[in-house]
Write a new protein. Structure first.
Length: 302
């Protein structure tokens, strides 16, 4: 059996033929390929000799395909289109136009997803994959391209840039707010149903840590609902279950929409901040650079 290479016509000649067949002109094919018209004519003549029959009818000032030429042109066009599509897909895969972003469930839900469409409108060529996970991914194992986390800026295998700080204050639903004093003090909060959530991060402020900033110590269990995740605590507050701690960056949209009401004037500034973290030893793709620029240019108070 002949090898595939021996069954195929010369590729240079086939390229010239495909262009001439598509454009119905040796001259226009030469212009597209950046060669002379004579060079195209020679390549097609060599191809016809290889096949043993004419591929074009040479007419006065124009050419047309023979029946065999039309058959070869259709096959060449399909083959070249398949190669072009595969090449484009490979270039997309290696150009960095896919971006995997890791964020905590709360940050992803309340901050990133409501805003990410702005980035997509600006960079429609980038395919985004959002991974919502509270645990920090292994940055040195290629799991994600970028992570957004609250902390001290130190993560193994990562290089961090500060986004913004935050402050924390009590929030509740408008209906629950009607049952308490809008200027309620931290001391009076202890007697209210306080919604809390579990957190492994020591920098995450819960009710006991928040109250201790005002010299208050809660010796017993909190009266209100206890949730596994911060998102659950906020939805419990939205549904009138009590008072939750609102991290400003996460609940600002809900407060602006008056779906949550801020209670009192007391707030606490945590010791950490939000950071964008990228793998330390990886070359940044174009998509990652654009995403970093988009994040860092945002007005932190907007």
């Amino acid at each position: 059996m002949k090898s595939l290479r021996r069954q195929l016509p010369p590729m240079t000649a086939l390229t010239a033929f495909e262009a001439a067949a598509r454009l119905s002109s040796f001259t226009r094919a030469a212009e597209e390929l950046g060669v002379t018209q004579a060079a195209v004519s020679r390549q097609i003549h060599a191809l016809e000799q290889d096949f043993g029959f004419p591929l074009f009818n040479r007419l006065h000032r124009k050419v047309s395909l023979t029946a065999q030429g039309r058959s070869l042109a259709a096959a060449a066009s399909n083959a070249f289109n398949l190669i072009a599509e595969a090449s484009s897909e490979l270039r997309r895969e290696t150009s960095g136009d896919e971006l995997t972003i890791s964020a905590t469930v709360a940050f992803s839900h309340f901050w990133l997803l409501p805003r990410i469409s702005e980035f997509s409108r600006r960079h429609p060529e980038t395919t985004l994959r959002i991974v919502s996970q509270d645990a920090m991914p292994a940055l040195d194992q290629g799991e994600v391209d970028v992570a957004i986390r609250f902390g001290d800026g130190q993560w193994p295998g990562g290089r961090a840039e500060k986004l913004f700080e935050d402050h924390v204050f009590p929030v509740c639903s408008p209906e629950f707010a009607d049952t308490v004093n809008a200027d309620i003090s931290p001391a009076d909060l202890i007697r209210q149903p306080l919604i809390s959530n579990e957190a492994d991060d020591p920098m995450w402020i819960g009710w006991n840590a928040w109250l201790s900033n005002f010299g208050l110590s809660n010796t017993g269990k909190l009266k209100g609902m206890r949730c596994s995740f911060y998102t659950e605590a906020i939805y419990a507050a939205l549904n009138g279950q009590g008072i939750s701690l609102g991290w400003d960056r996460l609940v600002r949209d809900l407060v602006d929409q008056k779906r949550l009401i801020r209670l009192g004037h007391a707030s606490v500034v945590p010791s950490g901040a939000y950071y964008v973290v990228v793998p330390a030893n990886r070359t940044q793709s174009r998509a990652l650079q654009q995403f970093m620029e988009w994040l860092l240019e945002r007005d932190p108070d907007a």
